[in-house]
Design a protein around this ligand. Structure first.
Ligand SMILES: [Fe+2]
Length: 241
């Protein structure tokens, strides 16, 4: 089985389309989305539509739920809040129902999928350090979990109680170790690489690949400005920060 796993599209249609194009050469059997289809970008409707066309099994991101009033946005920074209110006004009732239907955690025989953390997923905490990784590793009944949320691609690995962090783009899965793979962000990377991030998990080869693809950043930025969204949301796409 080859899974195509992606996250944090954030309404960036140009980035998402390039990721979909890249997946077409990868013989993907099933797509998974770790949340945040919407928020920040100018094309929330199209990104929801394409996620559904892929039949991607999707878990809820904080922006997905915020856009439909299922999470409190008072803790959002002013830029994110403005984008969420803009997004909310753009969504149809049918699209809102889809976002409301998203669950926080998905698990099958191969893997676990969550937006932020397995511990209290409804709090959408950022798994950025060993301490939080340790808590999640203890909760994992499978040896691999895929996440998003921080927009930083990378892999936490637990071996004999020791946790390490890897930025390798290809790893072999050892059944005696546990892995939390952050697949990075399609539409708003924050790891100083402005290309769209996406992941493949091949269960036969027991390998995970973290990949990047270029997209037309200029076009996405122009759309964000034209939509009247905060200019910072356009600017940051250039630097990938
Ligand atoms: Fe996000």
């Amino acid at each position: 089985m080859r899974y195509g796993i992606f996250s944090d599209i954030h309404g960036n249609l140009e980035a998402f389309q390039e990721v979909i194009n890249a997946y077409k050469n990868e013989k993907i059997d099933k797509y998974l989305c770790a949340g945040d289809i919407v928020g920040y970008g100018a094309d929330p409707n199209e990104c929801i539509d394409k996620t559904r066309q892929l039949q991607a099994l999707t878990v809820a991101g904080n922006h997905d739920w915020a856009a439909v009033g299922m999470t409190d946005i008072t803790y959002f920074n002013p830029v994110a809040e403005q984008a969420i209110l803009w997004t909310r006004a753009k969504l149809s009732d049918e699209e809102k129902d889809f976002l409301k239907s998203l669950k926080l955690v998905y698990e099958n025989s191969d893997l676990i999928l969550v937006h932020g953390t397995l511990n209290k997923p409804e709090e959408f905490n950022y798994l950025m350090d060993v301490e939080l990784a340790q808590v999640d590793f203890k909760l994992m009944k499978k040896n691999i979990c895929f996440i998003g949320h921080s927009h930083i691609a990378g892999i936490f690995i637990e071996a004999k109680g020791e946790i390490s962090y890897s930025v390798q783009t290809q790893i072999k899965i050892d059944p005696n170790k546990k892995y939390i793979v952050n697949v990075g962000s399609v539409g708003q990377p924050r790891d100083r690489d402005n290309r769209a991030s996406f992941c493949i998990f091949d269960t036969d080869r027991k390998e995970v690949y973290l990949k990047r693809v270029d997209y037309s950043i200029d076009k996405t930025q122009a759309k964000i400005i034209k939509a009247g969204l905060p200019p910072f949301l356009a600017e940051r796409l250039s630097t990938g920060m």
